[in-house]
Design a binder for this molecule. Sequence first.
Ligand code: ADP
Ligand code: MG
Length: 346
Amino acid sequence: MENDLHSIESIGEFGLIKDLAEGLGTRNPLTIRGIGDDAAVCRIPKGEVLVTSTDVLVEGIHFDMSYSPLKHLGYKAVAVNLSDIYAMNAKPQQITFSIALSSKYTVEAVRELYAGAELACETYGVDLVGGDTSSSKYGMFISVTALGTAKEEDIVYRDGAKEKDLLLVSGDLGAAYLGLQILERERLIYKENPGAQPDLAGFDYVLERQLKPEPRQDVIAKLKELDVKPTSMIDISDGLASECLHLAEESEVSVQLYDTKIPIVKEVREGAKEFNMDPSICALNGGEDYELLFTIAQADFEKIKDEKLFSVIGYIDHASVGSNLIDASNNVHTLTAQGWNAFKSE
Ligand code: ADP
Ligand code: MG
């Protein structure tokens, strides 16, 4: 170990928690007490309900240390949790952040991780109010729980989509998956030839989308401003196809999705070419875009039609129709979570 790095053992678990807590302020007026006692204490605004969601991230499964900078990893761990709270049309207020670490991690490494977590908290007005610390035999585990609040009548579930509703998605899709392909390619090249310099030029956008996703607080705010309450909503963690099928199943309807309407930016179209991939497949199956997929009543179309933050990509039909992907030539393909099949003719 380099002499300016410190083992966690040298300061102990309590030393580590104290060290981390020093770098964390509270900013949210609903937080009464954060780190330091047996439990955190938070206020819930009068008349609101508590919304909570947890994710676990496992080294080697959800992230790879060879290309996840720790600061980005901390940021992403928080961001993906906040995305779940926004997907309920709620406001995230606090998080807890728990870690298990093998002995290869230093105090400085954990500080980096928490610097990223704290940056995400600051960006979204959330407080890190607690967590738990453990050792691990192999690698790092991170578990984040987000706490949010909303008026009960504002909550949007996955099961509210109705026949004839419009299907919309925020932002653009496929970039995070393409970013992962590039990181994975460079990792393999480096493994073969440790002297190799990573060739990441021109891929800034897709790499950023993979390493530092932003939850769509702005989309939730815009919908509120336009006075549109989605009938159903889900965030895109596993790919557009899979999330469409979740909405359809939970709502007992079908989704009719237009391939040509899927928002895909130039960087993704061009990058996909390099990997001999269909950009639509990146969007349908890729995942980790953390955009919001939602449905609205047709009557609300006028209110949203000029909005740039999201696009109409399809509509909701009766369950008996089955969920479909409609291609540029108007051919209809059964939508499957493995969208590769979606492009095979029936
Ligand atoms: P207990 O033994 O009661 O679980 P801990 O010593 O684990 O208490 O935690 C003491 C305080 O430090 C609590 O406020 C807890 O939320 C906080 N804490 C522990 N680990 C972490 C961590 N990894 N990140 C943030 N806060 C933590
Ligand atoms: Mg504890």
